[in-house]
Write a protein that binds this ligand. Structure first.
Ligand code: ATP
Ligand code: MG
Length: 588
């Protein structure tokens, strides 16, 4: 036993065969040099150690144990760990591994080994890890991994990443010295992985190019620049009135079943061919819903540039808690390489609930709605990591579309207000609109995009004109609709026009519109070409008009796509063509 005044320490040598006298002396000398005190060494048989040995030393208070593991398994593990830090890629993998084998020297690493005091509900309390750090990964004797989440005076609270059924009071826990992280690399694109980066789509193992801690500081102000590039979602209502820019964080908020996921998935589908890596993080959802989303992405060819990180409702709360951070770490890998990333967190309400259960189990004091005091920080530190990096930093970007579910439309509840205040705007989806057939069910009055306007293309800016104002006026007068027969002609026309605009904004899911198509529709509608069409027929008119434009004036569409500008002349041409098409439809 290592006494406080360092008189003598007791050590045990574990190996399959009894050690020779020389081996014993070598061990004693090693410990003497390390602890500067006398050593009493005993041998215990351990048949599990095929080759090598393990040396265990207990410290003065019997609660801290140091282990020097020299078994073949441990050395192999050390080598594997070293390899994960190499920047391996398909070109350099062979020479780098050769070199690593050549230069590798085994190290007698001192490990702190703690003991489980109690375990349950995915949480273990462990004593004897006095130097463990926040968010460090620890390894239980049965191979289950966990992460240090709570540091107390004599013990630490550990969240388990796996079923902890074989862990019992008294089990040993080893520190790994590594912060919880996730392997990252190009090969993740096209794959479905869990919160720790393991593939769960039945495909082959993923070769990583590196390893990133799940938590890392957000880019500083110096490393960022203002949002300046539009990120088109292909949804007319959003791109026209609530434009999103690369690097922005735009919240999608609404009750259950109001089309939140569909909206985010549409935004991903619209990135096809635009060189944007998309990451969809599913938190606490039913596995079947996630499977459907993955299927949609696959059917539309969007998995070719997307990654799905899934911590479904059946996974332990710790995995649901780290899933968005893992997704974000993957995104940062691409962002730091100068690429554009779009990340969807679906959804942060369930994330907050997972964190609440963890915190309560860890014995932290509950606050408002039983959430812990640091619930704001939970989401702010995640969303702050989205950025448009400066040119010096490579100019990459990460755009975040977090989703939050409200209860009975209450956007002033705790989590919604928190996330609203962190993000650069929100798109509010309303059940009433959704059930009235207005899909996407965007409430124009309560939605806003605080920075995206700067990034909106010139063509869209000039096409969108007074759309928001017209819609606001329409909503003010909407109550008079029921008296339609008693209204004067001008008011009735205004109401008709407003209703037409609402129909214009209806869009089926998974049918994103190109910039040029959106511009054509807006120019036609705002110049009152669709004024006299019964609202129910506007959908067909829209489709027909786009087909007509494609046939009659493809150069107009191409010019808008190419230049992102809408010249006055082109605008007039669109109005004329739209009128022509209207008269054609009236004749038939
Ligand atoms: P949950 O709260 O369960 O996560 P959600 O808000 O994510 O739901 P979705 O799953 O996206 O909502 O959509 C709910 C239903 O509405 C789905 O059946 C979807 O097909 C349908 N839907 C969503 N958007 C549209 C749309 N634009 N046009 C037609 N149907 C839509
Ligand atoms: Mg959903």
């Amino acid at each position: 036993m290592l006494t406080q005044n360092n008189t003598k320490i007791e050590a045990t040598l574990y190996c399959a065969q009894p050690p020779s006298e020389q081996q014993k002396q070598q061990c004693i000398q090693f410990l003497k040099n390390k602890y500067h005190s006398d050593v009493e060494l005993s041998w215990k048989e351990d048949k599990d150690i095929k080759e090598g040995f393990r040396l265990e030393v207990e410290s003065w208070n019997c609660r801290v144990k140091s282990v020097f593991d020299w078994s073949v398994e441990s050395r192999f593990q050390q080598f594997k760990d070293d390899l994960t830090h190499l920047p391996l890629s398909s070109e350099n993998i062979v020479p780098l591994i050769k070199e690593a084998i050549h230069h590798w020297t085994p190290k007698a690493l001192e490990q702190e080994v703690g003991t489980v005091l109690s375990v349950g509900d995915g949480i273990a309390t462990v004593s004897g890890l006095p130097n463990a750090t926040y968010q460090e990964v620890v390894l239980f004797s049965n191979g289950v991994r966990g992460m240090v989440q709570d540091l107390r005076r004599d013990e630490v609270g550990v969240i388990l990443f796996d079923e902890g059924s074989d862990i019992a009071e008294g089990s040993f826990v080893k520190r790994t010295g590594k912060a919880a992280g996730i392997p990252v690399g190009e090969e993740f694109i096209g794959r479905v992985v869990d919160a720790l980066g393991n593939p769960i789509d039945g495909g082959e193992a993923i070769r990583a190019n590196g390893y990133r801690p799940v938590e890392s500081p957000a880019p500083s102000i110096k490393d960022r620049q203002a949002v300046y590039r539009p990120l088109e979602t292909g949804i007319l209502a959003i791109d026209s009135m609530f434009p999103i820019g690369h690097g922005q964080r735009e919240l999608i908020i609404g009750d259950r079943q109001t089309g939140k996921t569909s909206l985010a998935v549409d935004a991903i589908l619209n990135q096809k061919g635009k060189n944007v890596v998309c990451i969809y993080v599913a938190i606490g959802q039913k596995a079947s819903s996630v499977a459907q989303t993955v299927d949609t992405l696959r059917r539309h060819g969007a998995m070719e540039y997307s990654i799905v990180v899934n911590a479904s409702a059946s996974e332990p709360a710790p995995l649901q808690y780290i899933a968005p951070y893992s997704g974000c770490a993957l995104g940062e890998y691409f962002m730091n390489k100068g690429q554009s990333v779009l990340i969807v967190y679906d959804d942060l309400s369930k994330h907050a609930i997972a964190y609440r259960s963890l915190s309560l189990l860890l014995g932290r004091a509950p606050g408002r709605e039983a959430y812990p005091g640091d619930i704001f920080y939970l989401h702010s530190r995640l969303l702050e990591r989205s950025a448009q990096l400066s040119a010096e930093k490579g100019g990459g970007s990460m755009t975040a579309l977090p989703i939050v579910e409200t209860k009975a439309g209450d956007i002033s509840a705790y989590i919604p207000t928190n996330v609203i205040s962190i993000t650069d705007g929100q798109i509010y989806l309303e059940s009433d609109l959704f059930f009235a057939g207005q899909r996407p069910a965007i409430n124009v009055g309560l939605s806003v995009s605080r920075v995206g306007g700067d990034a909106q293309s010139k063509a869209m800016k000039s096409a969108v004109g007074t759309l928001r104002l017209d819609l606001a006026q329409f909503h003010e007068m909407e109550v008079f609709m029921q008296f339609a027969s008693d209204l004067d002609e001008a008011t009735r026309k205004q109401l008709n026009y407003g209703q037409g605009l609402m129909y214009l904004l209806r869009q089926d899911k998974h049918q994103p519109l190109k910039l040029s198509q959106q511009v054509v529709l807006l120019v036609a509608a705002l110049n009152r070409v669709m004024q006299d069409i019964p609202p129910g027929e506007i959908g067909d008119f829209k489709d027909g008009l786009l087909r007509y434009m494609e046939q009659e004036a493809p150069e107009v569409l191409q010019e808008i796509e190419r230049t992102g500008v809408l010249r006055d002349m082109v605008k007039e041409k669109i109005v004329t063509l739209a009128r022509n098409y209207l008269s054609l439809t009236n004749k038939t």
